[in-house]
Design a protein around this ligand. Structure first.
Ligand SMILES: Cc1cc2nc3c(=O)[nH]c(=O)nc-3n(C[C@H](O)[C@H](O)[C@H](O)COP(=O)(O)OP(=O)(O)OC[C@H]3O[C@@H](n4cnc5c(N)ncnc54)[C@H](O)[C@@H]3O)c2cc1C
Length: 160
């Protein structure tokens, strides 16, 4: 298996195509990670959630990490890790345009709303007014791609 680096463009294309990953945040030296859907723009990700632990934690510490991957086999996969800064998009004039943009992009993703809603229903406290739109400003992106090594795959690998 060969592992190589992905370009920034390839990383952004993967984020845009998958729209699903794991969001990690931390509070008082304790990590927390959950699966989320997101919509992607070149410099940011947009997400939707209802109030809960991840929003509370990201409010107190906006430095977050998102990981996405696509695994075809143990030797054929791509993975992108993003570090970024959480910013909430409240229903105020200042954020109106960004919030509308987030909603428009997220609407294209099927079931994006249901995931957040289902989570809130599990807690028995869904409140439409407490729905949270947010964005994650991308600060650093790295990507790795694994592919089969043609030498290893050969029926007669060269002796070293
Ligand atoms: C495919 C997929 C897509 C999702 N997309 C979204 C999305 O776009 N927006 C969104 O808000 N939510 C989404 N969810 C649900 C999300 O992963 C969280 O479960 C949910 O947001 C609640 O997180 P919270 O921090 O508010 O938890 P809270 O309701 O505050 O609960 C915190 C407690 O529940 C546990 N917990 C929370 N979530 C999970 C989990 N997923 N698995 C195991 N334990 C958990 C925590 O460890 C902690 O003990 C998605 C889930 C899946 C599987």
């Amino acid at each position: 298996m060969l592992v190589g680096e992905m370009s920034q463009q390839e990383c952004k294309e993967l984020l845009a195509r998958l729209g699903f990953g794991r969001l990690a945040c931390a509070q008082e030296n304790r990590p927390y990670i959950v699966p989320i859907y997101f919509a992607s723009e070149p410099d940011r990700l947009y997400g939707f959630a209802t109030m809960g632990q991840k929003i509370e934690w990201m409010r107190s510490n906006p430095i977050v990490c998102v990981e996405v991957d696509e695994v075809r086999s143990p030797i054929d996969w791509v993975s992108v890790v993003v570090t970024g800064r959480y910013e909430e998009l409240p229903e105020t004039d200042e954020y109106l345009k960004q919030r509308e943009r987030a909603e428009a992009l997220l609407e294209k993703r099927s079931l994006w709303w249901e995931a957040g809603l289902a989570a809130a229903q599990t807690r028995g406290k869904f409140d439409r007014d407490r729905a949270v739109f947010y964005c994650i400003h991308l600060e650093e992106i790295t990507g790795r791609r694994a592919s089969p090594d043609p030498v290893e795959a050969s029926p007669h690998p060269a002796r070293t």
